[in-house]
Design a binder for this molecule. Structure first.
Ligand code: ATP
Length: 767
């Protein structure tokens, strides 16, 4: 038996964007930990074929169960993979090690051959990346392993000593599927990117639909899971959605219900109509509802000019989003930690993500729970299917059903109607409009009056406050910037008196501030002066919206994900521009004193080094980094990437770093500086930001309305921590923040930062 631990990594089933980042993380983390890594090409089919006998074309092998027209490489399908072979793949869709659907592996004979091939290469640890089929296959293989080895010994295909040396096969699974249908992880690898593709397509379709007053029926993937359809509908402000888990079941047929809702929208003056339908949608009797059927209904009953767009494989394609790159990287590293343990877990584990934290769950339990949902849908147990999907999914459904309406419901009279004012504050963050739209519509729908304040606290001081109607926020779900207007104005001196007067004059019962640091400070000041100004004794809530991601109590602020994606798109292009020219780019990113954008964009783009203010750079660090870079370029590196937070160091700033690196490295590489500037803040919000904005706005609004019924209403800030929406009393804010550097004292992502270093720099012996 070899001295080093040796593991195999494979991708199998349908490809999904982010698989490459997972493979890169597995390969590099394992090499960094001193293990040997073998890539198994073309999924299980490659494992069955192994190292010796590249297959002839499948057509000539009629007796061999083989699926798909996969042409296997004329090299061994199981072979060592090096640090450099996984360079430059983070931004690529698909999987560089290939994937396949293998019927051969579904047979015992196929799995016996696969076991033989692994034994011959000395592999007894496997990281399998794929969907539930892939993970089911992996589990079966592991359970059969001792038997398969016994059979191989009996057949004389392996020696008894070989079988004895590898008594068990350790398995760790990563779930990669664009459908997000797997139990055990909040998100599967590829889902976020698929949502990007859907929102890009629907945003584009909406403008042509509006021009011609057309209806588009957009079909998205999801045989048993409506996640893509539902979240795509929320993110694009669609007008109707169909998902497998919740067939339209209101009084009358789904056709009646859909037509009445869409007609009301048209009657209210809406020019475009977008219907999103998951491919597995069905009616309450279980009959499939196809997009063509929906088109026909809309044409016949409403006389609509309807078109069908089936997004199909577009959803799987393209460069992975920042979220998918980082999710895959974190899961890949965690998989290596698990699989390289001296005593790997006796059960195969699935590594997933829950509330931004890595979770490990028994793999087969996750697979079984995944099948339970599919069975519930197949049996028409829709309520059960919805329960199994969980509360967030159910809440999202409910929220969408309110937001899609042409007009609000008639409010029930059991609650007092309140006047809630909404304002943006600080720099515009993509997703602010989405949050305002959701708060306004949901507030009106619950029977309250919603007011919009122009330009943040400036507008509150000078009384620029107006009532917002249902239609006034039409189209705001998808646009960047701040339609309300925003400013960084902090109230001072007489401003407080003015604000108190305006709150009274407009009879405002609650204040919803959607914004960044300046907004938090301003609201805190109002809250602290409640004794002086009784008008401030109303509920106030800060909703985190800032690309800097520097707000307390919130792991991710609205706008951060968009900024991150803006950065990685720019950096991908910058890197590509210099692919053959031995160039090192020093990219300066925003974030003020918070290193989140720098760390996460560095991780997503494969930066050699990330400099952040939280970790003070020293000259010794810089010297070491230059030496590493020079070494890297001498060993074949062609592009280098350094990401700097804009305030990483007062002296060792980007200009200094550029000059230093240019001077020291001039024999081997050139240096270019790239300041990304305001492009980071611009653009339409990503699906994640739109969904998060909608969720926070709804929860925040409900909080304010509840508090408005109380004699001593709270002042709070909110956010999602560990997957849960939390409200934190404003009195705790000073204790939670570093006021000088305007960031939370405790930053959850800080542990991720060393990982980008580990994955960027080969261990010395590998060079
Ligand atoms: P996707 O979500 O894209 O469908 P998946 O991993 O579920 O991904 P499948 O085609 O179901 O895709 O499975 C991938 C491969 O895993 C199969 O081609 C087969 O080789 C193997 N596999 C699936 N189910 C089993 C099983 N029950 N026993 C053995 N192998 C299996």
């Amino acid at each position: 038996m070899q001295e080093k631990k040796r593991l195999g990594v494979l991708t199998s089933g349908g490809d999904s964007p982010g698989m490459n980042a997972a493979v890169r993380a597995v390969v590099r983390a394992a090499l960094a930990k001193g293990a040997e890594v073998y890539a198994i090409y073309e999924g299980y089919q490659g494992m069955v074929e192994g190292g010796e006998c590249p297959l002839p074309a499948p057509s000539s092998r009629d007796n061999e169960p083989f699926m798909g027209n996969v042409s296997l490489p004329q090299q061994a399908c199981i072979r060592p993979i090096s640090w450099h072979e996984v360079s430059g793949i983070l931004q690529k869709g698909g999987t560089i090690i290939g994937t396949a659907r293998s019927l051969a592996f579904k047979t015992r004979e196929g799995r016996r051959r696969a076991a033989r091939n692994l034994i011959r290469e000395g592999i007894d640890r496997l990281v399998a990346i794929g969907g539930d089929g892939t993970l089911t296959g992996a589990d079966l293989f592991r359970r059969e392993w001792p038997e398969l080895l016994k059979e191989l010994v009996e057949n004389g295909e392996i020696r008894p000593e070989e079988a004895a040396a590898y008594p068990q096969l350790a398995i760790v699974g990563l779930t990669a599927s664009i459908d997000n249908d797997m139990y055990g992880s909040d998100m599967t690898i590829g889902t976020d990117t698929a949502l990007h593709r859907i929102t890009e397509a629907v945003d584009a379709i909406s403008s042509t639909a509006a021009s011609h007053q057309r209806t588009f029926v957009v079909e998205v993937m999801g045989r048993n899971c409506g996640y893509l359809a539902l979240m795509g509908a929320i993110a694009t402000g669609a007008d109707w959605v169909m998902i497998p888990e919740q067939p339209p079941q209101d009084n009358g047929s789904w056709e009646d219900r859909m037509c009445s809702v869409l007609k009301a929208g048209r009657d209210s003056g809406r020019r475009d109509t977008i219907v999103i339908v998951a491919e597995g949608s069905r009616d309450s009797d279980g009959n499939p509802i196809s997009s063509d059927r929906i088109k026909q209904v809309l044409e016949e009953r409403l006389g609509e000019d309807a078109r069908v767009t089936i997004l199909g494989h577009v959803q799987r394609g393209g460069s992975p989003s920042a979220f998918d790159r980082n999710l895959s990287t974190l899961l890949g590293c965690a998989a290596v930690d698990e699989i390289l343990k001296d005593e790997p877990h006796p059960e195969p584990l699935l590594i997933g993500m829950h509330g931004n934290r890595i979770v490990r769950s028994p793999l087969m339990h996750c697979v079984q729970q995944t099948h339970v949902v599919a069975e519930a849908i197949a049996n028409g147990e829709y309520e059960r299917a919805m329960d199994l999907r969980g509360n967030s999914f159910k809440d999202a459904c409910h929220t969408f059903q309110t937001l899609m309406q042409a007009a609000p419901h008639t409010p029930s009279s059991d609650r007092q109607s309140r006047r809630i004012a909404v304002l943006n504050c600080g720099a515009a963050a993509p997703g602010m409009n989405t949050a305002v739209r959701a708060a306004v519509r949901l507030g009106i729908d619950r029977g309250h009056t919603m007011l919009g304040i122009d330009r943040g606290f400036r507008g509150l001081i000078d009384g620029s406050i107006k009532e917002l109607g249902w239609l006034s926020v039409r189209g705001w779900a998808t646009t960047g910037g701040s339609e309300l207007g925003t400013s960084r104005k902090l109230p001072e001196g007489r401003d407080f008196y003015q604000i108190a007067r305006q709150l009274e004059a407009h009879d405002i019962h609650g204040l919803l501030m959607i914004g960044g640091w300046a907004g938090y400070e301003a609201i805190y000041q109002l809250y602290s002066q409640r004794d002086t100004f009784p008008a401030f004794n109303i509920p106030m809530l800060c909703v985190p919206a800032s690309i800097d991601n520097n707000l307390p109590g919130a792991e991710l602020s609205i706008g951060t994900d968009t900024a991150l994606n803006n950065i990685i798109e720019a950096v991908d292009k910058i890197k590509q521009s210099a692919v053959a020219s031995n160039r090192c780019f020093v990219v300066k990113v925003m974030g003020r004193y918070c290193g989140y954008l720098a760390v996460m964009s560095g991780l997503a783009t494969g930066a050699e080094r990330v400099y952040i203010h939280e970790e003070q750079i020293t000259l010794t660090d810089l010297q070491k980094d230059i030496t590493d870079l020079i070494e890297g370029f001498k060993h074949g590196k062609r592009v280098g990437l350094i990401v700097c937070n804009e305030n990483a160091h007062p002296v060792y700033n980007t200009d200094f770093i550029c000059s230093l690196f240019a001077e020291e490295g001039r024999e081997v590489f050139q240096v270019r500086q790239a300041i990304l500037g305001h492009l980071q803040q611009g653009g339409d919000p990503t699906p994640f930001d739109r969904i998060q904005a909608t969720r926070l706005a709804e929860k925040g609004l409900d909080f304010l309305i509840d508090e408005a019924q109380k004699p001593n209403p709270a002042g709070a800030f909110m956010g999602v921590e560990g997957g849960q929406v939390k409200f934190i009393d404003l009195s705790l804010m000073p204790r939670m923040v570093d006021k000088t550097f305007r960031r939370p004292k405790d930053q959850w992502w800080f542990d991720i930062w060393p990982m980008s270093k580990m994955l960027a720099q080969p261990p010395k012996k590998i060079g």
